[in-house]
Design a protein around this ligand. Structure first.
Ligand SMILES: Cc1cc2nc3c(=O)[nH]c(=O)nc-3n(C[C@H](O)[C@H](O)[C@H](O)COP(=O)(O)OP(=O)(O)OC[C@H]3O[C@@H](n4cnc5c(N)ncnc54)[C@H](O)[C@@H]3O)c2cc1C
Length: 490
């Protein structure tokens, strides 16, 4: 029988994972990638002895990467190792409070109790609820196609579904957190999980409070060679599986019949295949290469997730008070999210995320120095002058660091690289630089996410962070396994 051919558009993690799964099912897979390298939003910079992961830095559910690397029977599993972080994140507040989010729930509860007076039982109960919610929801909403949600839920033990019945989906994450905890600092700490898919805790459904389970019960990890080593390991696996990568190859147009995609036109020529899988941000896909296809409403008027402004600083000294992951919270979280999603402006007192991989990977910076990844959430691209905004944001960030860490970082910055919504859009192809496709600021968000298969074009499928089940590395890997399941059924 003739081997079926499959084209994957985009070598982001979702595209590569789908490629590996289909190649191991016997398809001839070709990946077309517009950039010179794979990884999409997962990138790295190397400069003057420093190495920076440029995109994702929080790594949860590493077993999903292991599972992918072990697929098939080649026996040749690329090496990929990681370690668990004892302290998931150090939180800093303007009033001087600091909280170490220890990985061990009991230790975390003790620390919160010590720093804020919040009863430790409240923390442990909250994490238990998050775990039960995740366990009930994951089969239905994360590891299966959305149109199978009802079917899957019918097969589950009704006892397992109980935690979902208790969720009031109309209540927001913040509303639920505020009711559960007394301390505003603890509320803010758990509200922050809304940003893990680019949303607002004041708008997103309380259902999403289960996200904290991933860090605090399952654990936060870090790859021993940095986040980009995830991409390198999957690329190796893909090559071992016989997948062809064509880099610098941009899909410009889809050629279609009434019911099928026939071929794609690229700057390197036309490619025909039996199946086509897009890993391109879905909002960008329908605007450019697939402009001739009818876009769904959620794409025509997208409610975008946040974008980011990131400074990569090579620092001339080390800072013992900092951890791998650090958050310097805004004093007015509600106003910060209003700026992100309503007025769409930069906020003068932003929450600053400071990530230093050299704390755990010594070779990521020269001895005695550190690689600082300094990020704030910003609205996606609008009609704005990012060159000017970059300078305003830099000043706000430095003031924040001076106030909260009681140190001026400026004299220690050896060099600076910057990512803006504009550069994120240019390099990764995400519409307006939104990090996670559409946001989850509505109770219907999960149901409105683009599905993994086109309803009209039977050989067109979708993977990656902008489609079901959502953004972030674990969910992209889940989307690849869903696409595999859907294709198996056709
Ligand atoms: C700054 C930042 C921080 C993040 N932090 C985290 C985090 O801490 N933890 C976490 O889990 N996730 C995080 N994420 C999200 C995570 O990185 C993404 O959800 C995930 O990497 C998206 O993968 P994807 O499969 O959707 O593909 P993408 O990474 O979106 O890649 C799409 C690929 O398609 C290519 N492409 C686009 N158009 C075309 C075309 N026409 N022809 C050919 N190729 C094309 C692009 O060049 C790109 O390589 C972060 C993202 C960013 C940007």
């Amino acid at each position: 029988m003739k081997q079926k051919k499959c084209i994957i558009i985009g070598a982001g993690i979702g595209g590569m994972a789908t490629a590996v799964r289909l190649a191991n099912k016997g398809y001839h897979v070709v990946v077309l990638e517009k950039n010179f390298r794979p990884g999409g939003k997962i990138g790295e910079i190397k400069k003057d002895g420093f190495r920076f992961d440029t995109g994702p830095s929080l790594f949860t559910l590493p077993s999903l990467v292991d599972e992918l690397l072990n697929i098939g029977s080649t026996g040749d599993v690329p090496s990929f190792s990681y370690h668990q972080l004892d302290n998931v994140c150090r939180y800093f507040y303007e009033d001087g409070t600091q909280i170490n989010a220890f990985e061990d729930p009991a230790e975390f509860a003790d620390e919160i109790n010590l720093q804020t007076g919040e009863p430790r039982k409240k923390i442990l109960d909250y994490l238990k609820i998050a775990q039960k919610r995740y366990e009930a929801a994951s089969d239905i909403f994360i590891f299966n196609p959305l149109n199978k949600a009802l079917e899957v839920s019918k097969k589950l033990n009704p006892q397992k579904l109980k935690p979902l019945m208790k969720v009031n989906p109309l209540r927001t994450m913040h509303g639920e957190n505020k009711q559960h905890f007394r301390s505003p600092q603890v509320v803010q700490l758990f509200d922050r999980y809304a940003t893990y898919n680019g949303s607002s805790p004041y708008l997103a459904s309380s259902m999403l409070n289960m996200i904290s389970h991933l860090e605090h019960n399952s654990g936060a990890f870090f790859p021993d060679k940095g986040m980009y080593s995830i991409v390198e390991a999957i690329r190796k696996k893909a090559e071992n599986s016989g997948i062809d990568f064509l880099f610098n190859t941009e899909v410009k147009e889809l050629k279609i019949s009434d019911t099928k995609v026939l071929s794609v036109r690229t700057n390197q020529g036309d490619f025909e295949a039996d199946l086509f899988i897009s890993d391109v941000d879905v909002n960008a896909f329908y605007r450019k290469p697939a402009a001739s296809l009818k876009a769904p409403k959620s794409v025509k008027n997208p409610s975008l997730s946040s974008s980011a402004l990131i400074f990569y600083w090579g620092m001339d000294r080390s800072f013992p008070d900092l951890e791998v992951h650090n958050i310097l919270f805004s004093a007015d979280y509600r106003e910060e999210f209003k700026s992100l999603f309503k007025t769409r402006e930069l906020f003068h007192d932003p929450t600053v995320y400071l990530f230093i991989s050299s704390k755990t990977i010594k070779s990521d910076a020269p001895p005695g120095k550190e690689n600082w990844f300094v990020m704030i959430n910003v609205p996606p691209l609008g009609d704005r002058n990012w060159e000017e905004l970059k300078q305003v944001a830099r000043k706000n960030i430095i003031e924040k660091i001076k106030r909260v860490l009681k140190t001026d970082p400026t004299p220690y910055i050896l060099f600076e690289e910057v990512a803006t919504p504009h550069s994120i859009q240019e390099f990764t192809g995400s519409h307006k630089g939104a990090l996670y496709g559409n946001n989850s600021n509505s109770i219907w968000s999960a149901f409105l996410r683009h599905k993994n298969q086109s309803t009209k074009y039977k050989n067109l499928f979708f993977t990656g962070g902008s489609v079901h089940p959502g953004g972030g590395i674990p969910l992209c890997l889940a989307s690849a396994s869903i696409v595999e399941k859907v294709i198996e059924k056709i």
